[in-house]
Design a protein around this ligand. Structure first.
Ligand code: TXA
Ligand code: MG
Length: 350
């Protein structure tokens, strides 16, 4: 299959391109598109064969449910006969935006889209191109992140091309995404809402609207044996090809250890990459030292993270050592992705 790449202004998407992309979806094809979090791989959420094509293109296990993207609140009643008030309360504050909510699904939503579950994940992205595309396609786009399964999520159209060219009909290139990590997922089917995946919308922000919110324990303890409630969280995800270790501790000691490990890797003929911040970049010697921005700029760290992991892959790095970050607020989402990329290989130095 020839994959068409079309560029558009992210804020003022070209209407004829939106119509063309919408027609591909209506006839059962797949289109990758930008959102404010990461690029998504879209298909018709109400067409089981489209969802099957998404799983095939990504090489993703089909028990891992897809998020249904909508552009208008009017689209909700078709997806669920049992929409909790909490959804509307959160939608008023956070939609369009990087928040995915899980509710009971109606019969209109095929199980092929929800990985066999009776619930459906719904999100309204805060991105003009995404919203226009969803409307042009009929209002219901099933979309996982547009990476090959197991690879870091795409923050640029070129990442999508790298992973999926030849496997999907079209890529809409709307430039670099704004946030860089996937949406927060909250399950509203439990008595107390539960965060299944941390993101830009933090538990504190949700609690301001809902009162108490829980967090799925399997997110906090990488070693917890229970299966996570979001099936996707159990797969080795966001992973670079290299082995990776996070180093936590006093900055001076972190620098010292990175330099020591890089030298040891070189002696063993291994290529060593360092993922760090601007503040320590110049103090480190390794094959490839990449900064994700200033340590004080959480947004830049999140936006750069997946791009930098991909750059280590392209450079054929064998071992990555990474700085670690405060596990608070939005930093929790960054640390969640980093810890998973490292397979929870975290070294704490005193
Ligand atoms: O920011 C995002 O959410 C991006 C953009 C494209 O919107 N999408 C995204 O989708 O990250 P994906 O498929 O890579 O991650 C969806 C996660 C998976 O971990 C999946 O298991 C979980 O959401 N999920 C989806 N539906 C669910 C459901 N009904 N119950 C529990 N978890 C669900
Ligand atoms: Mg994903």
């Amino acid at each position: 299959m020839n994959t068409l790449t079309e560029t558009t202004d992210a804020i003022m998407p070209d209407p004829s391109l939106m119509e063309k992309a919408g027609n591909i979806i209506r006839s059962g094809g797949l289109v990758a598109f930008p959102t404010e979090t990461v690029y998504g791989l879209g298909g018709d959420a109400l067409n089981p064969s489209s969802s099957q094509k998404i799983y095939a293109a990504k090489g993703r296990p089909s028990d891992n449910p897809l998020i249904v993207h909508i552009a208008d609140l009017d689209a909700l009643p078709l997806l669920s006969d049992d929409i909790p008030d909490t959804l509307y309360m959160l939608a008023e504050v956070f939609w369009p935006g990087p928040l995915t909510m899980i509710i009971k699904k109606s019969r209109s939503v095929p199980k092929a889209t929800t990985g066999g579950l009776d619930t459906v994940a719904v999100r309204m992205p805060d991105h003009n191109t995404a919203l226009s595309f969803i409307r042009a396609a009929g209002g219901y786009i099933a979309a996982p992140s547009a990476n090959a399964s197991g690879r870091p999520s795409p923050t640029l159209a070129s990442h999508v091309y790298e992973d999926l060219s030849g496997k999907i009909d079209m890529i809409i290139d709307g430039g670099e995404v704004g946030i860089g990590v996937e949406s927060t997922i909250v399950d509203l089917t439990e008595k107390t809402p539960v965060i299944l995946r941390p993101g830009y919308i933090t538990s504190e922000m949700l609690e301001r609207v809902l009162g108490k919110v829980d967090t799925d324990v399997t997110l906090i303890e990488g070693t917890d044996k229970r299966p996570p409630k979001a099936p996707g969280m159990k797969y080795r995800h966001y992973a670079p090809k290299a082995q990776m270790m996070l180093i936590e501790g006093d900055t001076g000691k972190v620098i010292e250890m990175m330099n020591k490990e890089a030298a040891a890797a070189a002696e063993n003929g291994l290529k060593c990459g360092i993922l760090c911040t601007d503040e320590i970049k110049d103090s480190i010697k390794a094959d490839l030292v990449l900064s994700v921005g200033s340590r004080n700029d959480e947004a830049s760290i999140a936006r750069s993270l997946y791009r930098v992991l991909r750059e280590f892959d392209s450079a054929g790095i064998d071992m990555i050592y990474s700085e670690s970050f405060p596990d608070k607020g939005f930093g929790q989402a960054v640390m969640n992705r980093l810890s998973k990329a490292a397979g929870f290989n975290i070294k704490k130095i005193q």
